[in-house]
Write a protein that binds this ligand. Structure first.
Ligand code: SAM
Ligand code: SF4
Length: 457
């Protein structure tokens, strides 16, 4: 069971199922110029704040520990890049905004307000649009929650990770369980019904019984949204080294699988509906922003290392691109100052690459991929034609892991826990089908230096 491992958002980090290399490969292989991604004048916006106070022992996100952050330069650059990419995408409406990190609760509320203001100057940002801030539950972040809400934030996602103080220390967190409980209560007071908590399981030394107790304790105080992540051991992190040296032991796969299944049951008993591999909501409090990723909607990524998926309006361009911004904050800033943005890499997504993403992301949702959803991306070939004829796919259905019916394609309850192992079969069948339709390759653009191609944008 590996699916519940962390899958956070458009920021440079290991991609869950496709490495940038495999994405590039499929982007460059099968495409058909006559098949376009759905045209939309809407997108969501992801804004990356790259700084943290401290390095957590397990984290390999794009984050930097800096003593002196130039807030005014960061604000100007985030605003400028937002404006440039909004113009390039020609979207007229931003449906949701997500400030992620790093630790965006270390940014100044004025920065958040300034970015939102710039969005509103160039696109419609509806009053009711979801605007989320990731919050580390430290006293510094918590004391400014009200200011963030005044700046335009209307949803808070709190990185609780654990309610066990020993484990929080081991993970290198700079908060205690007391801090986490206080932040949850403050957040719920200020933003009732719109508070989410992130919690990790599969931690070194953790038992199923202690996990159950901890989750029950969290559910007694939390609001209507929980994100549950299996701790992933990332190469290069301190935790990875500690495990390699034999100082710490990770739970076995069987134990983490049991933890995941137990958590799903407990959450359900508390009225939470699982709507994605790692996400649970009650009273309909789903994350609209994240649903957009899983439904293959366009998003613009702003800030160091942010990822985006949108169709730039350039001469002759008719395809959605996978775009990544420059990773390192100082380099990112100087490129934004020079070019208006710091897109480091962009790849035209072929028809095949786009469908791969729709499949991989869509199957993470419990509702899966409806026929209408698939048709937006593949008007001429329906799910039955693409996948239904394969003996291997039929076998997954017979084993009760996958459902392909009048609604569309989705995993069963058991299948969702095994999604990683189902995907190779599905992706192979998709590729075989698309290639059998005789679709051809397309170009990638990888621009290590900002020269002509970059200025074009
Ligand atoms: C990158 S963090 C950013 C938010 C904030 N800085 C924090 O740490 O709470 C977003 C979420 O990713 C999850 N995460 C990060 N690294 C992970 C890992 N190695 N395995 C599983 N989940 C991870 C944590 O649950 C965290 O809340
Ligand atoms: S605070 Fe969050 S982003 Fe920063 S190092 Fe820790 S887990 Fe990573």
């Amino acid at each position: 069971m590996k699916n519940a491992r962390h899958f956070c958002w458009p920021v440079a980090r290991r991609t869950l199922f496709m490495s940038p290399k495999s994405l590039t490969e499929s982007a460059s292989k099968g495409t058909c110029a006559s098949v376009l991604p759905p045209l939309s004048d809407e997108a969501s916006l992801y804004v990356h704040w790259p700084y943290c106070l401290k390095r957590c022992s397990y984290c390999n996100f794009n984050k930097y520990i800096s003593r002196s952050v130039n807030h005014s330069a960061m604000t100007e650059c985030l605003q400028r890049e937002t404006e440039t990419l909004l113009k390039l995408s020609r979207v007229s409406r931003i449906t949701s905004v997500f400030f992620g990190g790093g630790t965006p609760s270390l940014a100044q509320p004025a920065t958040i307000a300034a970015v939102l203001e710039r969005v509103s100057q160039h696109a419609q940002l509806p009053e009711e649009a979801e605007v989320t801030l990731e919050v580390n539950p430290t006293p510094a972040g918590t004391s400014r929650l009200k200011d963030f809400i005044d700046a335009g934030i209307n949803r808070l996602s709190i990185g609780v990770q654990s309610l066990n103080d020993e484990d929080l220390k081991l993970l290198g967190r700079d908060h205690s369980s007391q801090h986490a409980l206080h932040t949850i209560s403050e957040a719920r007071r200020l933003c009732p019904g719109r508070v989410s908590v992130d919690v990790m399981f599969g931690r070194p030394g953790q038992s199923v019984a202690s996990w159950e107790t901890e989750l029950e304790k969290l559910l007694a105080v939390c609001d209507h949204h929980v994100s549950l992540y299996q701790l992933t051991l990332e190469r290069g992190t301190q935790l990875f080294k500690q495990v390699q040296r034999g100082e710490l032991t990770m739970p076995t796969e069987d134990v983490t699988a049991t933890m995941y299944m137990t958590a799903r049951d407990i959450l359900e008993m508390h009225g939470f509906r699982q709507y994605e591999v790692s996400n649970f909501a009650r009273s309909g409090a789903v994350s609209e922003h994240n649903l957009g990723y899983w439904k293959g909607q366009q998003y613009i990524g702003v800030g160091p290392g942010a990822h985006g998926r949108f169709m730039p309006h350039l001469e002759g361009s008719v395809q959605r691109e996978a775009r990544t911004q420059t990773l390192e904050p100082d380099v990112w800033m100087s490129e934004v100052q020079k070019f208006g943005h710091a897109t480091r890499r962009w790849i035209s997504l072929s028809h095949l690459a786009l469908l791969e993403e729709v499949l991989v992301m869509g199957l993470r949702m419990t509702d899966g991929i409806t026929h209408q959803h698939w048709k937006l991306f593949s008007p001429s070939d329906n799910l039955h034609a693409v996948l239904g004829q394969s003996g291997d796919v039929q076998e997954l259905q017979q084993r009760g892991l996958l459902i392909l019916d009048d609604r569309g394609l989705r995993c069963s309850w058991e299948g969702l826990a095994l999604l990683d192992s189902l995907l190779p079969t599905l992706l192979l069948q998709l590729e075989t089908y698309v290639r059998s339709q005789g679709r051809r390759g397309n170009k990638d653009f990888i621009q290590p230096q900002h020269r002509e191609g970059q200025q074009r944008r």
